[in-house]
Design a protein around this ligand. Sequence first.
Ligand SMILES: [Zn+2]
Length: 345
Amino acid sequence: MMMDALVKTAAQKGLVLTRVPKPAPGPNEVLIKILKTAICGTDLHIYNWDAWSQSHIHPPLVIGHEYVGEIAAIGDNVVQHFEIGQTVSGEGHLICGQCRNCRAGRGQWCKFTQGVGVNRDGAFAQYLCIPASNCIPISPDLDREVVSFFDAFGNATHTALMFDVVGEDVLITGAGPIGVMAAAICIQNGARNVVLTDIKDYRLELARKLGVKNTVNTMKESLEDRMKPLHMVEGFDVGLEMSGAESALKQMLGLMRNGGQIAMLGLFGKPLTLNMDDFIFKGLTLQGIYGRKMYETWYKMTAMVQAGLDLKPLITHRFPYTRFEEAFEIMNTGESGKIILEWAD
Ligand SMILES: [Zn+2]
């Protein structure tokens, strides 16, 4: 049996829609029929074949890791209860289960993690096989389009909830989809002020559609001036760095209060020039973020959506998978929120 898939067939820009063998589930795996996928920034890096992709991706590879689907087959040894046709998504990091972090319940830091659509075949296909332990049952009341980007929502959730934001002033640098979701999460979870910065008005407008009122285009406005009417005196308590831009990180460092906490998700792709004395004198905490907690973050995501967090306005484009090239080129303009590729339904 063959299926359609978006494949990085060679070490060059682009993807190829082609036929590949339909995977068969191993004894501990489930086969998922893909319904909808969403495009991640990582997929765009792979599509564009930038320096990061060239050192991490080994073609041929089916890419993609944000998806919603339904159970199509269940391996013989699977102990979890799944039913054929059940709506599911999946944790994209396959962990070893044996290293020190795995055994301590810190799977997000597994030394031997394998990424779906990065180190092994991914979800931009009609079918995907993953270990049953990675498969996430999805409550029928959740919107399937929103679930298709739960993987990215998980990065946002893990970053936004890394530090206590209740009653705190939070600065988020970078209003890509993950930054926008992180802002909406901090607002829902009781932050006093949430300020979101970017250099593209399109993205800040999208953020306002998700209820983020305090947006600042740092190319046009002074962030400091915006802090005064918010009654901020000593600086931001919590920083979430989502931009991967050195200038944004430097601005954040300058505006954190002493003892502030920063969670860092954005990748810079190059060494930075920072004065580390700023961290020391300010007593700052810096926390790198990778992936999400397995599986507590998934629980929190579901609960926040069920409690009213509306991520639907983040979706700006929908395409059938056959029109993937248009989708990726729109993402390359930077003027998009989440882009959904439809595979079935
Ligand atoms: Zn491990």
